[in-house]
Design a protein around this ligand. Sequence first.
Ligand SMILES: *[C@@H]1O[C@H](CO)[C@@H](O)[C@H](O)[C@H]1NC(C)=O
Length: 301
Amino acid sequence: MVLTVLTALTNCLCFSLKYSQPSIVKGRTDVVAVTPWLAPIVWEGTFNPVLLDSIYKPKKISIAVTVFAVGKYIMFLKNFLETAEQHFFVGFNVHVYVFTDRPKEVPEVKMADGRQLTVRLVPSSKRWQEISARRMELIQKLIDEQLRKNSDYIFCLDVDSKFHDRWGTESLGGLVAVIHPGYYLDNRSKFPYERRSASKAYVADGEGDFYYCGGAFGGILEEVYLLASTCRFNFEEDAKNGIEAAWQEESHLNRYMWINKPSKVLSPEYLWQDFKARNPEVKTIRFSGVIKNYADIRPNV
Ligand SMILES: *[C@@H]1O[C@H](CO)[C@@H](O)[C@H](O)[C@H]1NC(C)=O
């Protein structure tokens, strides 16, 4: 009994924290904050960041981040890394793994204590679809070779994006998906799922929950490992059958999340698009895709 109490105390700093009383009847009414399978949907105003940090701080968690800066995409890396320093898990252990074919062009960015960067070399590729496809394999390998030793959570993020506001402990979960900003007001019949039943990424008409981003996902290592290995397997099966899903790994990820429901869903605050005007329910933009000209950066269109 005494031991249990002691463990409880050292596992959370919240007992010494003063914060406003939580309510189960008052909260945001303009958005839905839980899925029908009872996973939280994280919106500004649904969580207390100070409280959440005080729960995770004593656990000394480590967060790995993968980011792919292949070819000209390296130009986005500096902004990504600098804004991550300002907003992404500030005060926590963060290890960024940069996958690139241009290691000499990785910018020097001053990182706070407990944060570090590792460069992993990848071959150049002629097609961006291939780069995208190989990501799952490289994530799987990274977890196998490195992360089980030193990380608790992993987030896989697009490099052509930057942080504008807090992305922190509220995003932690078993399997974490981000709602795509482009489709969340639409009927699911309009979602750009892979619609050919011959593909392993197939989602039938009248199926699917949300349309999730390929540009940001994460969770605990084992969940992301399963996701990455399944998507990789399905992608390769498709390739053998001469099929490429409509949105490559994003299509496979959407199929995966339909079958394996995420335990936490992040609202479009967690991956907005800079060219898109902000909708009223979006109170803050935490992370967003920067405006880019594909012709300038992709090896093929
Ligand atoms: C979405 O569209 C389908 C097919 O047109 C329709 O049957 C369904 O009721 C719509 N769903 C919503 C939530 O509007």
